[in-house]
Design a protein around this ligand. Structure first.
Ligand code: URA
Length: 296
């Protein structure tokens, strides 16, 4: 079956759809020996040889979804021209090619998703879907209530105002303190810049949650395969948000929307350990799922 080349490349776990488009534009992709630089080009992965940087891609890899507890001091790429440690170095034993879903800064720790499922990566990363991301942050000094309120309402950064956030004070430690920050966007170094904007430098930053998926007790530097329920939960939450975003847009345009259509806000999912998700895409269930419990 003929498919767009960027879709074939991302389905083979080489790169996200957007990164695959870049590979095509850079002339690094060939189809049966010919360099392809047109983004709309289609090919049949069953009949034609598709190569990236001269290496034949394998479009039939099992879908793989991984959660890594990234330590500070690792770059969120699979290879680094500066030869720094990469998240790839922590994936010993993973036999398929996966790539990061979004990124964490070099010095940020915590939950990083990796997959070879391009559709899933696009869904989770798309800014319109606004999946909440939860960070535990150690800051210099103690956050005043006024600063917390400002952060919650949105602060001006050089690339625009941040969307509403949630702030929770966690604990104080002599001259420093810990707070929890929940944001729905992914601007570059967003949490660090938000805190700097209200006068606090960040000492430690760790992502603890994406949607309802939590790191739990996964040790630093370790990874685990997501369960089918976890993958489904993330997908449903992102799809719910997507529908919500569309509804809001349609409402703004004055269209009549039936109440109750599409996914709901704040759906959570069970995280019971089961066999890893390796199958294809599943349809989103309409009902909200059960509450999650922490990973042990
Ligand atoms: N915000 C940051 O400042 N850095 C990250 O890595 C993630 C969110």
């Amino acid at each position: 079956m003929q498919e767009r080349i960027q879709k074939i490349i991302s389905a083979a776990g080489i790169a996200s759809r957007r990164a695959a488009e870049k590979l095509i534009l850079e002339g690094r992709v060939t189809v049966s020996g010919k360099v392809v630089t047109e983004l709309g080009t289609k090919a049949d992965p069953g009949k034609e040889h598709i190569k990236v940087d001269g290496k034949l891609i394998n479009p039939r890899q099992p879908k793989t979804y991984i959660m890594l507890n990234k330590p500070a001091g690792y770059v969120t790429t699979m290879s680094d021209p500066e030869k720094r440690a990469t998240v790839q170095d922590l994936l010993k034993g993973v036999r398929v090619r996966v790539y990061p879903v979004g990124r964490l800064d070099y010095n940020t720790e915590g939950l990083l998703l990796l997959t070879n499922d391009g559709d899933f990566a696009n869904l989770i990363m798309h800014p319109r879907n606004e999946l909440p991301k939860t960070y535990l942050v150690k800051i210099k000094g103690v956050l005043e209530d006024k600063a917390a309120r400002d952060l919650e309402r949105g602060v001006y950064l050089e690339d625009g105002k941040t969307a509403p956030a949630k702030i929770r004070k966690v604990r104080k430690e002599e001259a420093n303190s810990w707070i929890e920050v929940i944001i729905h966007e992914g601007k570059k170094r967003q949490v660090r810049r938000m805190l700097e904007r209200v006068g606090h430098s960040v000492i430690r930053l760790k992502r603890t949650k994406i949607g309802a998926l939590t790191l739990g007790a996964l040790p630093i530097g370790a990874y685990s395969h997501l369960t089918p329920a976890e993958v489904k939960g993330l997908r449903e939450m992102a799809e719910g948000k997507k529908d919500e975003g569309r509804r809001a847009k349609d409402e703004r345009r004055g269209k009549i929307i039936k109440s109750g259509a599409g996914g709901g806000r704040g759906q959570t999912h069970a995280v019971a350990r089961r066999k890893p998700e390796t199958g294809g895409r599943k349809r989103a269930a309409k009902k909200p799922l059960r509450h999650s419990r922490p990973r042990r």
